[in-house]
Design a protein around this ligand. Structure first.
Ligand code: GTP
Ligand code: MG
Length: 613
């Protein structure tokens, strides 16, 4: 008898809860797919400053129902309008004309970025309603300072900072829309290509105002052609060959850069940076205000973004801590938007992840562990030979046995169950006398959706974070912030490398001042650019920040003297000023703080153990 069970286990994903908790709840690929599809139904409209929102929506609804819309200001008033159907966009384009420009000539490029004009000015009093614009920028330092000082605790401060700086729903939409508009341009050369956002725009660590990293994905086109191959024939395109992958990348980016420069509406300041290690086209998208970096052949970076997204989703403390550390680093010029010998936000994020892996118990799992949880491709018909009363029982045994090394260990309680990963199972039930008789069942499970090898690098890890057990660690953000500074203030950077794959220090394989192993291209150092003096600046500031927080602990019982406290004290320039003072007396100050920390550490370990107990 042959049973074929098709099990589609719906993952109970919840959308973002309210506007504040933007901890990811859905799979990365699912978010990317949904947002991309949404962006394709969306248009960007430059509007006159005075406009009746009601009439504007009524006018657009002639082309089909509008799902959602919002306005924002960026050198003028803009509207982002999402239709329910793609056809509405085409309908709108069909009634849109190319402007006639007097002395200048327009290049007739039909995009989804429009300019709305009024035939007659609005009647001021009756028709103009006040339009609410959605903010696309982070709060001023003054406002942030006020918010932090009003917070109830250091934990509250970190969460406040996260809430104020994280990308809003509208800002995320605008980022996907911008990629979609650029994709329209690139598709003129490469029909069927995809332009995907990556980096902080999608890894859940993006701050309002961060750059927009885009990746021109031509692989989908290749997959499409391989799917079509059948029978004994294999059809290939006639193509031009170039000597290397790098040259191909440079040529592709070069023409796209030209195209954006000449025809891309709103794309200004286009620079082709083709000789960089990772060739790119940099430009400003004026209407959205985003600084964009377009690369191609950069799949590993997209995978890194997915990995960070998963880490951000596993525990609500992760994003709060990363945002605060990134802001702290920016406030003290440890990071910069200009490339140079400084630490990058990406490196800082990896350092926070590493630190959280080192807690006891760990707050985050290692990358190797995430790899062991990934879907496996199992050998057909070689898995389970078990006595079972029914296929249903076989199925549950099979599910429990999947992650273990030995398939016969089914039903072990300590084995995590990868229920959501099983998409297809085949059971053949019959007599198997050689293993004890009775009703037997052979199970075939074939699914390896998580498996991912890019350019020979194994980038496999579990992508459904619902399958990862939450941490039992209950440390407060305040403690973690303090311990982060202490940990890295005393880290043996001279001999150790930071390694999130294994979650422990490794001997440094080369002599760069800061060594952070690239999680996927493990022979590379993501912080190779960091100079000794920049690393020293980081160490000094970390020690000083730890010291400030410890001082506050001591003074907590004394009456408040209206001084900035907690995170606010760490972000204010006063800390930087005192650092420059410390810098003048360099060695002694940092040694003094280090010694002080050592002594505080021994007493605080006792305190925190007592508190946890
Ligand atoms: P911000 O733009 O500073 O907010 O952060 P970001 O994470 O977007 O960093 P950045 O724009 O510098 O880089 C974009 C993405 O490229 C990162 O998120 C990483 O996925 C990847 N990336 C950046 N630097 C490196 C690196 O040195 N090595 C590797 N492998 N990937 C990197
Ligand atoms: Mg970026």
């Amino acid at each position: 008898m042959l049973y074929i069970l098709r099990v589609c286990v719906g993952n109970a994903f919840v959308s973002f809860i309210g506007s504040e908790d933007r901890t990811p709840k859905k799979r990365f690929s699912e978010v990317q797919k949904e947002r991309r599809e949404q962006a394709q139904r969306t248009v960007l409209i430059h509007c006159p400053n005075k406009i009746s929102e009601k009439k504007f929506l009524k006018y657009l609804s002639q082309h089909g129902p509008v799902n959602s819309h919002f306005f924002y200001e960026s050198f003028g008033l803009y509207a982002v309008v999402e239709f329910s159907q793609k056809e509405s966009v085409v309908s709108l384009q069909n009634v849109t004309r190319t402007p006639s420009l007097g002395t200048e000539a327009a290049i007739p490029f039909r995009s989804r970025y429009f300019n709305l004009k009024l035939k007659t000015p609005l009647n001021q009093t009756s028709e103009q309603s006040s339009i609410q614009c959605r903010n696309q920028s982070s709060p001023s330092s003054k406002k942030l300072f006020e918010l932090l000082c009003c917070a109830e605790s250091v934990d509250d401060q970190l969460n406040t900072l996260l809430r104020e700086f994280q990308l809003t729903e509208e800002n995320s939409k605008l980022r996907y829309l911008t990629c979609s508009l650029i994709e329209d341009v690139a598709a003129a050369y490469f029909p069927g290509c995809t332009v995907r956002p990556f980096g902080s725009s999608v890894n859940s660590f993006g701050k309002l105002g961060c750059d927009l990293d885009m990746f021109l994905d031509l692989d989908e086109i290749e997959n499409f052609s391989t799917h079509k191959a059948s029978g004994n024939f294999l059809m290939e395109f006639q193509v031009k060959n170039v000597p290397s992958e790098r040259i191909a990348t440079q040529k592709i980016l070069s023409v796209i850069g030209e195209c954006l420069d000449h025809f891309g509406p709103g794309c200004v300041g286009v620079q082709k940076i083709l000789n960089a290690r990772c060739p790119l086209v940099r430009f400003s998208h004026q209407a959205s205000g985003f600084q964009c970096d377009l690369t191609t052949n950069n799949r590993i970076a997209l995978k890194s973004s997915e990995l960070l997204y998963i880490y951000g989703a596993l525990d609500s403390r992760v994003r709060a801590l990363v945002f605060s550390i990134r802001c702290w680093a920016r406030a003290h010029s440890l990071t910069s938007s200009i490339p140079g010998a400084w630490i990058t936000n990406f490196s800082l994020t990896v350092m926070v992840i590493f630190f959280l892996q080192r807690r006891s118990p760990p707050i985050l799992p290692t990358l190797d562990y995430l790899k062991t949880l990934a879907d496996r491709e199992l050998q057909p018909f070689a898995l389970l030979h078990i006595s079972v009363p029914s296929p249903e029982v076989a199925l549950s045994s099979c599910l429990l046995s999947l992650p273990g090394e030995r398939p016969h260990d089914h039903g072990r309680e300590d084995t995590p169950s990868p229920k959501a990963c099983l998409v297809n199972a085949t059971f053949s039930v019959g007599k198997r006398p050689e293993i004890g008789g009775g009703s037997q069942c052979s199970v075939t499970v074939r699914h390896a959706e998580d498996k991912c090898i890019i350019e020979g690098h194994n980038c496999t890890f579990v992508r459904d974070f619902n399958r990862i057990k939450p941490s039992g660690n209950a440390e407060t953000l305040e403690l973690l912030l303090k311990e982060f500074f202490e940990y890295f203030g005393n880290f043996a950077f001279n001999k150790n490398s930071i390694n999130i794959r294994q979650g422990r220090e490794q001997n440094k394989p080369e002599s760069s001042p800061l060594h952070i192993q690239n999680p996927f291209e493990t022979s590379l150092n993501v912080s190779k650019n960091v100079s000794q003096s920049q690393l020293q600046k980081f160490i000094d500031l970390a020690r000083e920040s730890a010291w400030i927080l410890h001082q506050e602990d001591r003074d907590r019982l004394s009456p408040s003297n209206n001084q900035p406290w907690g995170l606010a004290a760490l972000l204010l320039p006063s800390v930087a000023n005192s650092t420059s003072l410390a810098k003048k007396k360099k060695k002694p100050a940092s040694e003094r703080i280090k010694n002080l920390l050592e002594s505080i550490k021994s007493s605080s370990t006792e305190n925190s153990t007592a508190a946890n107990g």
